[in-house]
Write a protein that binds this ligand. Structure first.
Ligand code: PHE
Length: 366
């Protein structure tokens, strides 16, 4: 087919293609949601779409007409595909914007104000320790922070001139000439001190109740120390005291091991090293696996794999006697360690002073 008739046929075909193209673009532009857009797809690109049908009719066209009409058809289809893809991108971007808007969180740092607070890290640590020991059958005891010389030293087998008193850098309170505070047996209270350890609570517990005793005594203690990364003049200890029939050093070691894995987890264990305390005999220091390196050796544990936690030992017979407990019938063990240092290790804090400078940004992390 050639000549005018064929030309007229081609013109009509090209006009049809152009009309389908404009209608297609209008349909794409009219879609106001992603769903509406996808509903236009079969009408635009399907076999039964206007362009699809025109294409199917190509088979019966003469070759030269098919070439021209085919090019026009391809261009129209390409234009519709691009317009459709652009519109789809627009809807996807809008959906993402809406989602971001809905999920937006305000992470701006707000200045400290009256909001909901929480317990201080040291208090949290103390409560966790109490939980672990209460779970093991211990009771919790407390004593005063200002103690007489008797409770803090003398009853603990540390008489006035005992050289081991220098193990504790004591803060003495000036209460005038004499005090009316209790002086226990044997001596007058010549001085009152801020307790240097929680061991005086042992004496108060033994004085006020008969064995068997299984108790822990957490509390604040004071020493004449200058604050640095690992020392504070005010800090916290937890004391443990057990007095019963047939208590041996093995019970002490077993209790500390049990506590260590209950508090730190099974990967951490304890060991004892010979030491000296006037109120225990024999005495030991107890170490735990370094919680930073897990025992491999690091800077914190000075490459030993162990960290020193506290002191312990079998309650000295003189101490039991000072509390009117028959040391032929009863034996016991005691231990004591620092709570603040424990919190420090558990949370990888490297300066003890941070716990007490009351910076809300630091404290609110725990
Ligand atoms: N009171 C000791 C101290 O502060 C620790 C300790 C407690 C040691 C109980 C032995 C038994 O260093």
């Amino acid at each position: 087919m050639n000549g005018p008739a064929a030309d007229a046929g081609l013109d009509t075909l090209l006009a049809d293609i152009d009309a389908a193209r404009s209608q297609g673009l209008a349909a794409i532009a009219a879609a106001s949601t992603a769903d509406e857009l996808s509903q236009t797809e079969s009408g635009l690109f399907g076999r039964k779409s206007v362009l699809g049908r025109i294409k199917q009719g190509f088979g019966s066209l003469p070759a030269e007409m098919r070439a021209t009409a085919g090019r026009a058809l391809n261009e129209a289809q390409q234009e519709l595909r691009t317009a459709h893809a652009d519109a789809a991108d627009e809807f996807a971007a809008a959906a993402r914007r809406t989602q971001l808007q809905q999920e937006w969180l305000d992470l701006t740092e707000t200045p400290p104000g009256p909001g909901r607070g929480h317990l201080h890290l040291v208090t949290q640590t103390t409560e966790r320790l109490e939980d672990v020991f209460v779970g093991m059958g211990f009771t919790v005891s407390e004593g005063p922070q200002a103690e007489t010389d008797w409770y803090n030293f003398e009853a603990l087998n540390l008489p006035a001139a005992h050289p081991a008193r220098s193990m504790w850098d004591t803060l003495y309170l000036d209460l005038g000439e004499r005090t009316e505070l209790g002086d226990g047996e044997g001596g007058e209270a010549s001085s009152v001190v801020l307790r240097t350890h929680t061991s005086p609570v042992q004496i108060r517990v033994m004085e006020s109740g008969a064995p068997p005793i299984y108790t822990i005594c957490p509390g604040r203690v004071f020493r004449r120390d200058t604050a640095d990364a690992s020392h504070m003049p005010v800090f916290h200890q937890i004391e443990g005291l057990v007095v019963d029939r047939g208590i041996s050093f093995a019970d002490l070691a077993g209790t500390l091991e049990e506590f260590t894995s209950a508090y730190f987890g099974k990967a951490i264990s304890s060991r004892l090293r010979p030491s000296y305390f006037p109120f225990t005999e024999p005495s030991a220091e107890f170490d735990i696996t370094c919680v930073i390196c897990g025992g491999a050796g690091c800077q914190t544990c000075q490459r030993t794999g162990w960290i020193e936690l506290g002191g312990c030992g079998m309650v000295h017979p003189n101490v039991l006697a000072n509390c009117d407990i028959d040391f032929e019938e009863w034996t016991g063990f005691a231990f004591g360690f620092g709570i603040d240092r424990l919190a420090l290790m558990r949370h990888g804090i490297d300066d003890l002073r941070d716990m007490y400078t009351n910076d809300i940004r630091f404290l609110s992390q725990f």
